[in-house]
Design a protein around this ligand. Structure first.
Ligand code: NAD
Length: 503
């Protein structure tokens, strides 16, 4: 790195972060750090545009090596390990991550741009998640069932089920919460007894590579976890189609999710998908606005809107529309924008130039389509990719800004005049997505009746995006297949084998 520029807007990192950035950034295959066959890529700090590190890139041949290593580990040492040993390894990893929390948080701040308060929260959640799945290993249980009639009629018999690991799992993750989306997949897969080849996003490989060093330090056998950084179209595509991968778990856009499904058809591997969203936020006339104004604003602007569960379609009753909008606009205008390493920062940059251009094109398109801009709408004049928190009113269901996932700090407000919950839910459900949503009201009956009508995998009342380690998360409709977090997250890496013994 060039020391003559202030690399992080003048903010210092911990010494371990500086040391990590200066080190080599290679692929973890079969327990060894190796160069990839896909050249190198410079990863940059989106808050400054300056380079952070040069990272080795894997291609299809590296994926092949990693899958072969994962298969050997699955058939060999990992399979033979007792559940107590596997539990101990995961608990050990959690302690190493905890000790390195500052490093992991700073790497996500630098590579992704997220504010430190979010990175700190996600690292703590990641540690909790490894502990949770470590503790779940000993609770993996089958059942006993009455044997089938034709066997039981002839002899004493016994039927039971075994829960077995799916096998070699391929995992492909996005850039928006790099460590968290990786741990969400790694921890349950390892707890289930799978081995893993994980491909971080090429935009944000650093925290997952740092995690790789912690996995090695914890003592996982070679090949149990392989990390192949690389492009989606080469490394990612090979992992999704690989004939010796038993399951692919993907988090990313709905468009790429479709490609994953196509690629997985060859060997009909199991597929889990955590995809995009365009989540509704419904504000009823009796809502507590002192809660709703900051809560609704952050439903959109948390993580600068680069958040799959962002609540970006706001539906508000006529009676409080103007008051809510006024509060939201004031909140948006007051958000402290800056480098994520500053503890004051509430709003960081977009991930890249290309993504900034895409978000700006939605903003320009909304203005052209006749929506009313009431906050933001501009790029911020400073280095990096910053866009003002932006709010549109007078939006209609046909506008692209309302229909498509923008993945940026852009909120659309629509008003309704009815008290008919079916009609309100129809507005909220007018989307191909179904990931998240929230309802803001003081009336418990209204809240639960509306929640029951909203088609989404995760709906909150008087808060938004209340995800948790033990709470299942995933999408209806085109937001995905399956669930992560909690027990369902573990089930996604387990097969059920039914056994009948004629005794
Ligand atoms: P993306 O789909 O562009 O990329 C995601 C990952 O897929 C990256 O690692 C990329 O390299 C890889 N990839 C790209 N093309 C591929 C291909 N043809 N084959 C295999 N892999 C390929 O998504 P992104 O821009 O990194 O992330 C943003 C998206 O992720 C948003 O749509 C967001 O909603 C979604 N997301 C969803 C969740 C969830 O839990 N539902 C969580 C976070 C992000």
């Amino acid at each position: 790195m060039n020391d003559s520029v202030k690399p992080f807007d003048g903010h210092a990192t911990a010494p371990e972060t500086a040391a990590f950035l200066n080190g080599p950034h290679r692929l973890l295959i079969d327990g060894a750090w190796v160069d990839g066959h896909g050249g190198t890529r410079v990863t940059t700090d989106p808050a400054t545009g300056l380079p952070l590190a040069t990272v080795q890139m894997g291609d299809a041949s590296d994926i092949d090596l990693a899958v072969a290593a994962a298969r050997r580990a699955f058939d060999g040492p990992w399979r033979r390990m007792t559940v107590s040993e596997r539990t101990a390894l995961l608990f050990r990893l959690a302690r190493i991550m905890e000790r390195n929390s500052q490093l992991l948080a700073e790497l996500d701040v630098l590579d992704n741009g997220m504010p430190m308060f979010i990175a700190g929260l996600t690292v703590a959640n990641c540690v909790e998640m490894v502990d949770y799945y470590a503790g779940a290993i000993m609770r993996i249980e089958g059942t006993t069932i009455a044997p089938p009639r034709h066997v039981a009629a002839q002899a004493e018999a016994l039927t039971y089920t075994l829960r077995e690991p799916v096998g070699v799992a391929g995992q492909i993750v996005p850039w928006n919460v790099p460590l968290s989306t990786a741990i969400l997949k790694l921890a349950p897969a390892l707890a289930a007894g799978c081995t893993v080849v994980i491909k971080p996003s090429e935009e944000t490989p650093l925290s997952v590579l740092a995690l790789g060093a912690m996995i090695v330090e914890a003592g996982f056998p070679a090949g149990v976890v392989n990390i192949v950084n690389g492009l989606g179209t080469t490394a990612g595509a090979r992992l999704a189609e690989h004939p010796d991968v038993d399951k692919i778990s993907f988090t990313g856009s709905t468009a790429t999710g479709r490609r994953i499904v196509q690629a997985a058809l060859g060997n009909l591997k199991k597929v889990s998908l955590e995809l995009g969203g365009k989540s509704p936020v419904v504000v009823m006339p009796d809502a507590d606005l002192s809660l709703a104004i900051p809560g609704v604003a952050l439903a959109t602007f948390f993580l600068q809107g680069q958040n799959c569960m962002a609540g970006t379609r706001i539906f508000v009753h006529d009676a409080i529309h103007d008051q809510l909008v006024e509060g939201l606009a004031a909140f948006a205008g007051s958000m402290a924008t800056g480098h994520g390493l500053s503890l004051a920062t509430q709003q960081g940059p977009m991930i890249s130039d290309a993504h900034t251009a895409k978000v700006m094109s939605y903003i320009d398109g909304a203005v052209a389509a006749g929506a009313t801009l009431v906050a933001g709408g501009e790029r911020i004049d400073r280095p990096g990719n910053f866009i003002q928190p932006t709010i549109f009113t007078n939006t209609t269901p046909d506008m692209a800004v309302v229909r498509e996932e923008i993945f940026g700090p852009v909120m659309t407000v629509q008003r309704f005049a009815t008290d008919d919950l079916d009609a309100i839910a129809a507005l909220a459900n007018d989307t191909p997505f179904g990931l998240s949503g929230s309802v803001w009201t003081r009336d418990l009956s209204t809240a639960h009746r509306l929640v029951a009508r909203i088609r989404a995998g995760h709906v909150s009342i008087n808060c938004h995006g209340a995800v948790g380690t033990n709470i299942p998360f995933g999408g209806y409709g085109q937001s995905g297949w399956g669930r992560e977090f909690g027990k369902e997250g573990l089930d996604a890496y387990l097969e059920t084998k039914a056994v009948t013994a004629r005794l």
